[in-house]
Design a protein around this ligand. Structure first.
Ligand code: ATP
Length: 365
């Protein structure tokens, strides 16, 4: 077990900065997920930690030991990649035993570790098979098994589930979370999938264009995103954003959203203070919008008229796309019992306690 620290870490490829001044403390035993869109620098951050890329500036420590100058094999880490990268000519047992043999472990020790890992992953019966005789899910477990046998201080996983179909991914996700609980070791996991991040991470580090935007628990990221990017990235379907103008009228402050005036004192009392530039963005999560017949009694709603353009029935909810009177698109996740027809115009209710507001620099107010 070990903590991991990124201290002012920069990685440049030529004059391109892939990781820009990363500061991050990952706790001993924590499951930390790096998430962000393609190219944001999450894999590079992991590869810097693994020793697969050299650090341009700054220090990475595992425990209290700086590892900048250490080769990957001396860092006490094990990495599970997105491609299975199993040796095709070797059995599952030999694939799992390979790194231990390189380390010069005894035959008895190797056998014991491989069997114990195989038992943990439910692949004991597959030890004699070759990779091509395995399903995708089984191969993925062997890849994880190969990491477990090394008993590293830190597990690094780079999109390990991306080769699996949707159903297997859910299964494998649970298995990795369970494995983390059982092993009680530090896990650092890279994914572009926010659902994976939310369901697995103790904390999530959200990156964009090489810059760490926010690191926090899934609940805090969802409820208190630091900026518009994080707000839009976490949650599915994504948060709706609408340009609004702050207006003062008869001593009161309002947000003007099309023809709707939102009274700041009533709905966003913390925002009633002077906030500089009056051009703001209003954020509304689709799940905070209700059909009038299925609005919980404690919801104080703002009404918005919507002309329905598309309905997606998810079984447990209706994802309804529509146009507001200003011609902006709005997406709402409604109660599945709601009767909604395409092209109809209806009034939806927005939970006014769950409004988000962003300033002209896209920071949350
Ligand atoms: P993805 O989800 O697509 O893997 P990512 O967030 O993991 O994306 P990185 O692989 O960390 O992104 O890459 C970050 C940026 O650095 C990208 O723009 C990428 O093109 C660039 N980059 C990565 N490796 C190299 C390299 N060896 N040489 C030059 N540029 C690189």
């Amino acid at each position: 077990m070990a903590s991991v620290t990124f201290d002012q870490v920069i990685k440049r490829f030529g004059d391109y900065t892939a990781v820009n001044n990363l500061n991050l403390d990952i706790k001993n035993g924590e499951f930390l997920v790096f998430v962000g869109p393609s190219g944001c620098g999450k894999s590079t951050s992991l590869r810097l930690l693994a020793g697969l890329e050299s650090i341009t500036e700054g220090t990475i420590s595992i425990g209290d030991r700086p590892v900048n100058g250490l080769s990957p094999k001396d860092r006490d880490i094990a990495m599970v990649f997105q491609s299975y990268a199993l040796y095709p000519h070797m059995s599952v047992f030999d694939n799992m035993a390979f790194s231990l043999e390189l380390q010069g472990k005894s035959r008895t020790d190797i056998k014991q570790r491989v069997h114990s890992a195989a038992q943990q992953l439910g692949i004991e019966k597959l030890l004699h098979r070759k990779p091509k005789e395995l399903s995708g899910g089984q191969r993925q477990r062997v890849t994880v098994g190969r990491a477990i046998v090394r008993q590293p201080a830190v597990f690094l996983m780079d999109e390990p589930l991306s080769n699996l179909d949707a159903k297997l991914r859910v299964q494998a996700r649970k298995e990795i979370s369970k494995l983390h609980q059982d092993l009680n070791t530090t896990f650092i996991y890279v994914t572009h999938d926010q659902v994976e991040a939310m369901t697995m991470g103790d904390r999530i580090a959200v990156m964009k264009e090489g810059i760490l935007q926010q690191v926090d628990t899934p609940t805090n990221l969802y409820n208190h995103p630091i900026n518009k990017f994080v707000a839009g990235f976490i949650g599915s379907p994504s948060m709706n954003f609408f340009p609004v103008e702050r207006r003062e009228k008869e001593g009161k402050s309002y947000l003007k959203w099309g023809e709707t005036l939102i009274d700041l004192q009533t709905y966003l009392p913390n925002m009633a203070k002077d906030i500089g530039n009056p051009s703001l963005t209003l954020g509304i999560r689709p799940e905070n919008i209700y059909h009038p017949q299925y609005t919980p009694p404690d919801i104080q709603g703002l009404t918005i008229q919507v002309t329905v353009t598309l309905i997606e029935n998810m079984g447990d909810s209706l994802v309804v796309y529509g146009d507001t009177p200003n011609g902006e698109e709005l997406v709402a996740r409604l109660d599945p019992r709601a009767k909604v027809r395409s092209k109809e115009t209806l009034d939806l209710l927005i939970d006014s306690q769950r409004l988000y507001l962003f300033d002209s620099n896209e920071h949350t107010l």
